[in-house]
Every structure is written in structure tokens, then in C-alpha cells.
Design a protein around this ligand. Sequence first.
Ligand SMILES: [Zn+2]
Length: 723
Amino acid sequence: MTTILLTPDRLGSRSIAILLALLLSVISFAAHASEDLHMVPVPLEDRIKAADIIVEGEVVAQRSFWDARQELIYTAHTVRLFKVFKGELKERQVEVITDGGTVGLAMHTVSSALQLKKGQQGMFFLSKGAPTGIIASAASIITQPYASRQGFVRYDVERGTATDPFNQYKSVQEVYQTVTSRMGRQYRTVVTNSRLESGIKAQLQQQSTQATQAPNVSGFSPTRTSAGTGAVLTITGTGFGTTRGNGFVEFPNADDGGTTLVRPYASDYISWTNTQIRVLVPSYTQTGGTAGTGRIKVTTNDGSSGTSDGSLIIEFAYSNVVAEGGNTPFQPVLIDANRNGGYTIQFAPSLQSRSAAQEGFRRAINNWVCTTNVNWNVGATTTTESSADDGRSVIRFASPAVTGQSVLARTISKYRGCVSISGTQRDTIFWLTEFDMEINSTIPWQYGPGGPGANQYDFETVILHELGHAHQLGHVIMPNTLMHYNIGRQKQIRDLTAPDIAGANLVLNRSLNPPVCGGQSPMKPKLDGDCNLASEIFTFDASFTNAGDVNVIWTTSAEQGIARFVVQRSQDGQQWEDVGEVPASGQARDYTFIDNEPLPRRSYYRLRVLYTNNSEAFSGRVQVVNPSDLRIFKVYPNPFGVTTNANGTSGETLRIEYLVRSSSDLSLQLYDLQGRLVRDLEATVTDGTEVIEINVADLASGTYVLRWSEGNNSGATKVVKVQ
Ligand SMILES: [Zn+2]
């Protein structure tokens, strides 16, 4: 017996109701979203050689603007110069133009683009000239960072250290030395960098006194969390100081794998005492970058710091945006941008001419749509080779001059916003109007379906990752996860991983209500049946045989261009594995496939239909329940207790598994040895029941008896609570 899978429950569940705005107003402000990295490392040597200008400087001003054709937003930064290492410069400042920024209520963010903050210092590797479409003023030297984010080696002026996306430098002197020895000459000082010099001095003084004052980070809770979702982290320890003052918490930067650290905005701190800090885990930070997995560092008001022994695991990040002039990160939502429920994606001519790339892209998009129900459609092709802010989501190949040297691909998210005011409450709301994707045309791509060779990059993996950005996910530090910040040669992740799915589902959930201002309609998630279905599959079913195998049967109505059928199986309905292949016959007929090694409990089957032109589509999926697991009562862990279980879950919860064919009531009673009833509950169980959890944190250690009954079945199990 099989069951057609119903629409997931989350479609019915709603995020917290949003406060109704009493008064709407539109206020001009600027904003930008979290940066990220998706690139190939460029050694410092190469950057020294390729850059026209190398200088040490500080960002003293910035402004965002539209290009002459009103297509893209850029940000111009005025950089005051301290030292010149390369390039003949008479000026005391240069203008550095970066991709993205905010003008009024319009915002563009570009994955992999360099983002600079006012007050930041570092070594800039610059190319002369402005991006196409920008009218440069004659007053100043206009430059762009060489190799996007790798064109800036950021200083920590308080510590005298430096970092770039792939490297950490113990001291700024180390950077000076590398550059001057490669240049074969000393740098020229424009003006003394007094902030850096006093920082280095203070650091030396502090190192001699730090031992007695250092704070101790003894623990944190929870140990697994997410960034940019409003999740709160509680850090415990001693010596944090009674107030925060100039103190801060730091997380590893997910955009560079933790080479640098990121600091939350002031608004992210909830409380700070000598022994406990409560802070929101940020995906958009004061320093730039996203909080990622790793140790947590606390620095107190007097500058001494301590690091946790254990690592906080951050499973996914929701890309947040921040209004310029404001400092509260906000979660942008997906909307019904195409009046057909979501977003229409169009292939530019550069993609139309590469059919293998189109097929790879379609596979990646199907993967997302079929898993999260995000409403993305591939629409008619376009004749425009452009990433303009024009209400269209265009996918195209572009030269490294556009994407940035060494960047594999980048996604440009475009937002609009509004401000809603209700009494003294002021909310800024952003939504995604479109996204464009630019794929580096000079990368040795493997478009699939074959795997990447030693020097190749897997196209489908990179597109799946970039679509994750379009889904508003940021980077994580978890090497086998799709949204890991860096994808190397030959790396292949063509299936969504559990953390990405959890993050994307959360974004979609928050997008189910219309933004409170701006007159936008919310995204309408696709139904399960809407994702890339093979029209040729007339019926599809799977069921257990008496012998304990699974019999998979299907009927085709017509078979134009089908090469073969791949039977796929999944324990959770999200991660699929191939279990067998059947060649196509070329005509309408019935097929059978036997799976001799079915999975335990509940599992799913579907068909992957492969066409002779390398495209693919799927059948609907069906659920089967292993009869050997029906009406089997399982309780774990046993013994249970305060210690953490082997699987990392808390021992304060008793977990019960019980599957039936359709639906039934399971009653549970827990007695202590004196016969006193300490828990009494009733649960509805089905063939799709997840684990039933009983909180037992308050029970004393000792032996208990767990009685259960369902229909004519009942039993009792001894369970033991240990310290
Ligand atoms: Zn990325």
C-alpha cells in the first residue's frame, strides 16, 4: 500500500503575525546586504603583479549611485592614502568603486563583491578605471579593486594584524615586506598612519598585562544554531565586565572560512553581565561578513579577550540587509514578483548558445523547486545580455572583467524597501524584486551529467550554490554543505544538504505573509506536484511485497526522447539516492523494478527520467512503510539522563517511535517504582509519524516503567534515568 505524499505541513504554518502598520511612509535611506565569497584564491604575488596601484589607506567617505543608464547601483569610496607601494600618485586620496549599494529604497547586493565600511583600513590592490557605464569625474583617480574581495587586505588596527579572504597575516609589517620585496623598492609615505601605530603600541602594552584580566568563556547555549534568523546565543563565563562598554563578541567569518572574525551590531546585544552575554547570531555584521561555525571570542571593555574551548555550529545563514544609517539587520522576503506566484528566470543569449549549461541550470533549479517549493519558473529566453535592474531575473555568462577575476559566478540580489511607522515603532521592510546571475565564461566548467575532471569546476554545484543565494541564504563553514563559502575544483554537491533545506524553508515561511507596506503580494509556494514532472509518466507506484522487497511499477504514455529511467529512493523525501536503472523501450508500456534492500521505517521512491538530449525530469514520489517496522514500539535513549547522547541530542528527552498503517491513538504512561504515575499522554500516530518526545528533565534518577497501548496492542518497557 502506498500513500501519495501530501503538501508539507509548513505551507499551513505561519510565521508570527506581523504587526499591522497604522501609518505608512516612505523615507529615503540606503541599505546593503551581507557580502560573500565564491572565488578562486589569487596569491598575493599575482595581485602585486597585476594591480596598477597598491596603497595603504582608510575609507573616509562613501556614496552609492546609479550608473548612467539606471541599470546598476555602485558605491564609490574615498580612500585617504597613508602609503604608496605601487603606481605614480600625486594625489592624497583615490576613489574605489565597488559593485552594489543602496540609493533611496533601491538596493543591489552582489555575491563575491568587495564591501568596504567607513573607517576601515588596509592595503588596496587597485585597477585604474571605472566599470562600463560610469561617468568618472576628472577630479579624482577612479579605481576598482583587483580580483574583487581579494583586492583588499583588511587591517585590524587595534591589533596590528591583517587578513584577506584566503590569508591571515601575523602583522601588517609582514604584508609590507612581501610587497616591497616583490616591488624591489620601499614604499612612499603620504601621511603617518597614527591610528595603526597607536594600535600596535597598545597591543604590545596589553600583552604584558593581559594574563590577570582575561575573561574566561566557559560555555554557550545552544551549541547548534543559525545566523540572521533572530536566534539568541547565551555565552557564560567570568570576567566579562559589568557592562559591555567597548566590549564585543566575535564569530568566525563564514565568508572566508573563519580567516577573519565578525562582530555583531550594537543592536544585536540583548544583555551583558560579568558572567553572561546574550547576543543575536548575526548574518550581517558591523565588520562585514556572516557568523560561521567555530569558537566564540569575547573581548571586554578594557581590551582583554578570551575564546571558548568548544565550537558553535551554525547550520545556515539567512542573508540580512541593513538600511544605511541604521544598524538593525532585517530579513528580506521573497514576493510574487511575476504576478504568477514568484520569479521568472530568463536565459540570456550567452546561455542559449550552451545547451549543456542550460540543462545543468535546469537540473539545479528543479532541485530547489522540488525541495523547498520556491516559486521559480524558467520563462521565455531574452535577447538582452544584461544584469540591469529591470524587473527581470537574467542568467548569463560574462567575462572576468564583469564577474571579477577568479570569481566562479555571482548573484546580484535586487531589493526594494519601505518604512512602516506604527506609533513609536518603526519597521523597515525589504523584499527581493529580482536576481541576476553572472557566470564566469573562462572557468573550465563540467556542465554534467558527467562528474568534473581534475581541473574542472562542477557547474551544477556552483549554480545550486548561487541559487541558494537567490533563495537568500548566506555562507556557512561546513565543508560538505552546499552553502559552504568555498567550492574547490572537482567538488561536487548536486543535492541539497539538510542545513540548506532548513534555512531555505525558513526563508520561505517568512515570505508567506505580504510585506506590511509597499503593496506587494507574498510568494505563493509551488505545490509538490508542480516541480519538474516528466509528462510521459502516466502512473507510478511502489509497495512492499510479502517477501519484504519493494516493487516499483510505472506506466508510460509516450516515450519521445527518453534514454532511461533511474529509480531513486530517499529516507526523508529530500536526499535521494539512485538504486537502479531501466532502459527506455521507446514506446508506451509498463515497467517493473524490484528493490531488494529497502530502507527501514518510512521511505520514498521516485523516478528520474533521463532524456537523450541530457535533460531530465521526475515522476511524483510515493511513500512506503516497511511492514517489519509497523506496530514496533521503540524507546530511546535507554538509559536516559543528563549526559549528551551519542547522537548529540540532549538526554533530557525520551524519544518514542511507533508506526501504523493509517492513523491510531497511542497512549503512554510512565510510572516510578512506587507505582506513581509521573507522565500520562496520548499521541496520534500514522504511517508518517515522526518521533514522539517526552521531556523528562524534572525526573529523579532511578528506574521507571513505560506502559503503552494502541488498539489491541500494548506493552511495558523498563527505562532507567542515570545522572
Ligand atoms: Zn557563495
